[in-house]
Design a protein around this ligand. Structure first.
Ligand code: WTA
Length: 681
């Protein structure tokens, strides 16, 4: 009785909505139904197509985000205020008054409707050994881990550091933190022990979760050993939970807890904590233009909503699709598009443990065939690498399951874009070049969503997502309002996915993102807006290098190089590299009276950089110079050094402010000696 009543009223409601929609569409002569853009849009007056919906989302942002948040998240108590933001203070608050639990949104509600649906496909290093985990199983793992963390003394508001490769227990660890109200701090398992220790100390973690060993590209990596080294210098750490990825035993101390063994003693039910919308969900460290990486803070509701909405509409993800994002969970891409976005949407998401060339350059596409991947999301650096191996490695496999191809992390050059589209996607899948950052939480500019069939221009992120209002500003801080202009890429109003602060450094947060252009969020990137109004990212405007999609602050690298015995000072510069996007070139000035062979020095420096940061940060070229070109006030002229490594010596510009103009000639001739006259790699 109740049931049929309910069904009856729902039917009347939908048919009246549909009538309204079709009327709208007929009036405008449109051939599509606005509900197919987004069901909530039916209730937005006057909205009948994509561009109307976009305009509504930025002009009526409270109504847009309010409706979407009520519709798509499960709330324990409803919010009373959609947004309360003030860029001048760096104040960003969304959905205040609301209470929810992120793990319930990502797990419990799907277990209620489809417990046996696959949540995770763990694509392990050896092809063909994948493991599938259903929503029911993932909830069980999460609850056991949540209970174990509580037993080990982790409390609401604590921060747990996770140093693991992509695997189901890493995802369960993240969700277990969310379930019990702790924040997580995932550190990319390629970072060195010193980099890990810095991040553990800054986050003040008492608990670290890791694995005995990682397996990647056929090689075993001793991750527990790296953690052991790191925690020696981390007085806050009281315990290390160790999962067993391989059968090899590792030395365990009193501080270490065998994770699987202990979690099996725990109950499969763990009461979720009611979290405030603005409680911290996680910290994620990223490089900036100063020496110290910053711990960006993301909170609960806004982040979850933004990642799930972008996952659904940028990739056109539908129920039953298999979503394959091949990033590592240690980066924001893994957080947003392996874990939170897809799981909030009840999706099936792939955890890729391997490399694009293991056991051969067909790995991605063999996996696409075997797992039936519908959306593939990867990095331009990998596409450029695979392109060099030729089309056969792609064509050997059936890729008919693919519907959308995504790119992230760095600009994708036209050649790579075309190859991705033509060869990988057989010319039938939209390629979405997605621009965003750790700071933005989720995708901000991408070719989709759009009107159906709208054009996609190769190598361009093109269209702002719902709620995103980009602006380009010139060096004077004036807004460039016409098309066909280039400037600093800013965003003029808040969106729910944006970072809230830098852990323990709110002032650095406001100074970095809100002071450069008052009234705007400054991204650190430059962009061009074409005649048609499409956005194209030009690259970083600050001293951040992007090596294979990994951010690296030049100051961070120079701090390490300067600690090398014999080094007086240094300057690190990014140069364009045909696979990595950018490579690292370091100029070094030695202390007086120090004599060292360049090869020996280079070897020492590389070792130090791998030990202090990570392998990807190692310089490709190291050039010893007598002195660095500096202004009379003592500032290193990076602009000049960049021109030298980019071989644009005709465009060195005004050198009159240089303290010692001869230094430039020395730099140029030394560069020729090191790299030859031809084009460098
Ligand atoms: C760059 C990665 C061009 C950009 C999600 C940004 C891009 C930085 C693109 C953020 C793109 C990211 N086209 N450049 N589609 N996507 N970038 O924090 O410079 O690791 O500021 O986040 O990568 O890197 P992050």
């Amino acid at each position: 009785m109740m049931c049929s009543l309910w069904r009856g009223s729902l039917l009347t409601l939908t048919s009246s909505l549909n009538r309204r929609v079709f009327q709208c569409c007929r009036q405008l002569g449109r051939s599509y139904n606005i509900a197919s853009c987004m069901p909530e849009a039916v209730a937005f007056q006057g909205v009948s197509d994509h561009s109307g919906l976009y305009k509504f989302s930025v002009n009526e942002s409270d109504r847009f985000w309010g409706a979407v948040a009520r519709q798509r998240l499960s709330w324990i108590s409803p919010f009373h205020t959609v947004q309360n933001c003030d860029f001048s203070q760096g104040k960003i608050k969304w959905f205040e008054g609301g209470k929810l639990n992120v793990s319930v949104n990502c797990l419990d509600r799907h277990v209620q409707t489809c417990p046996e649906r696959v949540a995770l496909i763990w694509e392990r290093d050896e092809p063909g050994t994948e493991v599938k985990i259903t929503y029911r199983q993932l909830l069980e793992l999460t609850c056991r881990l949540g209970n174990l963390l509580k037993r080990q003394g982790v409390r609401r508001g604590d921060c747990v550091t996770i140093y693991m490769p992509p695997c189901p227990l890493a995802v369960a660890s993240m969700l277990a933190c969310a379930r019990i109200g702790a924040a997580h701090n995932v550190v990319f398992a390629g970072f060195s022990s010193e980099a890990l220790a810095d991040r553990i100390r800054d986050a003040q973690s008492s608990t670290v979760i890791t694995v005995n060993q990682g397996v990647r590209g056929g090689k075993v990596v001793d991750l527990k050993r790296t953690v052991d080294q790191a925690v020696q210098n981390c007085p806050s750490v009281q315990q290390v939970l160790v999962a067993m990825r391989t059968e090899n035993t590792v030395a365990m101390t009193d501080r270490d807890v065998p994770l699987e063994e202990e979690m099996m003693k725990e109950d499969v039910v763990c009461e979720p904590v009611a979290m405030d919308s603005e409680d911290v969900l996680f910290l994620l460290y990223t490089s900036g233009s100063t020496g110290k990486p910053k711990g960006l803070v993301h909170t609960q509701a806004g982040y979850l909503l933004y990642t799930s909405l972008t996952h659904r509409y940028v990739f056109n993800y539908h129920d039953g699709d298999v979503f394959g994002c091949v990033a590592d969970i240690g980066w924001i891409t893994g957080h947003s598009y392996i874990v939170y976005g897809p799981l909030c949407n009840g999706g099936t998401t792939v955890l890729f443990e391997s490399t694009p060339v293991y056991p051969n350059p067909g790995r991605y596409w063999e996996m696409v065939e075997r797992l039936g991947i519908n959306q593939f999301y990867g990095a331009p650096t990998a596409i450029r690498l695979l392109l060099k191996y030729g089309d056969e490695w792609v064509q050997n496999y059936n890729r008919s399951s693919l519907k959308t191809l995504g790119s992230v992390g760095e600009p994708i050059n036209t050649e790579a874009w075309e190859w991705y589209h033509r060869v990988v996607g057989d010319g039938r899948c939209p390629v979405v070049d997605t621009w965003w950052q750790t700071e933005t939480g989720g995708i901000c500019i991408a070719p989709r969503p759009s009107d159906p069939e709208a054009e996609i221009v190769p190598g361009m992120a093109m269209r702002p997502f719902y709620g995103i209002k980009p602006a380009l500003l010139d060096t004077e801080g004036e807004v460039l309002s016409s098309n066909d202009s280039t400037g600093a890429l800013c965003i003029s109003q808040a969106w729910p996915g944006m970072a809230r602060t830098i852990h323990n450094h709110h002032q650095r947060f406001t100074e970095t993102y809100f002071h450069p252009y008052p009234g705007f969020f400054f991204t650190g990137d430059g962009a061009h807006r074409s005649k048609e109004g499409y956005y194209q990212i030009v690259g970083r405007l600050d001293d951040v290098i992007n090596v294979s999609g990994h951010r690296l602050g030049t100051a961070e690298l120079e701090d390490v190089v300067n600690q090398c015995p014999g080094v007086a000072e240094s300057a690190a510069i990014g140069y364009s590299h045909d696979i990595k996007g950018e490579g690292v070139y370091v100029f070094v000035v030695l202390k007086k009276a120090v004599m060292v062979e360049e090869d020996v020095l280079a070897q020492q420096l590389r070792e130090m950089v791998s030990r202090s940061i990570a392998k990807y940060a190692c310089p490709d070229f190291i050039q010893v110079v007598r002195c660095l070109p500096k202004t009379r006030s003592g500032k290193i002229m990076r602009r000049v050094l960049r021109k030298v490594v980019e071989r644009n010596t005709d465009e060195l510009g005004d050198l009159s402010t240089l303290d010692d103009p001869d230094s430039v000639h020395e730099v140029i001739s030394g560069h020729r000696r090191l790299c030859g006259d031809g084009k460098q790699q």
